[in-house]
Design a binder for this molecule. Structure first.
Ligand code: FE2
Length: 169
């Protein structure tokens, strides 16, 4: 009984899905980075939604709202995929700060600087996702690879929209 209780208390659980336990652990770690990047970008996008001013206010305000709503859902899906792989999903700002390649700078910025920052952050997120996807494919985790491919597609579209809005082309 005591052993059983200890098993339940462990953050990882055993699952037989054809992927080796060590590989699942690495995939979960890679997903943790993607989750942290998405969370940081979610917060920063919402910050731009709130703080944007000037003639492009409505365009940026609306686009960033669509984008942070999308990322809010993605955060949940990524965390739940980590759980389905048998691992614990990181769930604190401290952890996200450690894991993410995206800095959480919050300072006075012009609209052009805000858009430039978000574009660069989306591109950073895509780079980490691409590395994670390659790893997943190598380890036959097509489910996670599929999920990450869809996320990359969305972030690349977000970059296009933000660039178009900032007239960077
Ligand atoms: Fe709002």
């Amino acid at each position: 009984m005591a052993t059983e209780a200890l098993e339940i208390a462990k953050p990882e659980f055993r699952t037989a899905n054809g992927i080796a336990a060590a590989d699942r652990k690495k995939i979960a770690e890679a997903l943790g980075i993607v989750l942290a990047d998405t969370y940081m970008l979610f917060i920063k996008t919402q910050g731009v939604h709130w703080n944007v001013t000037g003639p492009v206010f409505m365009g940026v305000h609306k686009l960033t709202e669509e984008q942070y709503e999308n990322m809010y859902e993605a955060i949940d899906a990524l965390a739940e995929r980590i759980r389905a792989l048998g691992h614990k999903a990181p769930a604190s700002y401290t952890k996200y700060g450690e894991l993410s390649s995206i800095n959480d700078r919050d300072e006075e910025q012009s609209v052009a600087q805000m858009l430039k920052m978000l574009i660069a952050d989306h591109e950073t997120a895509v780079l980490n996702m691409r590395a994670a996807t390659e790893w997943c494919e190598e380890k036959n985790d097509y489910v996670t690879a599929d999920m990450l491919t869809a996320r990359m597609s969305w972030h690349e579209q977000a970059v296009w929209m933000l660039k178009s809005l900032s007239a960077e082309g």
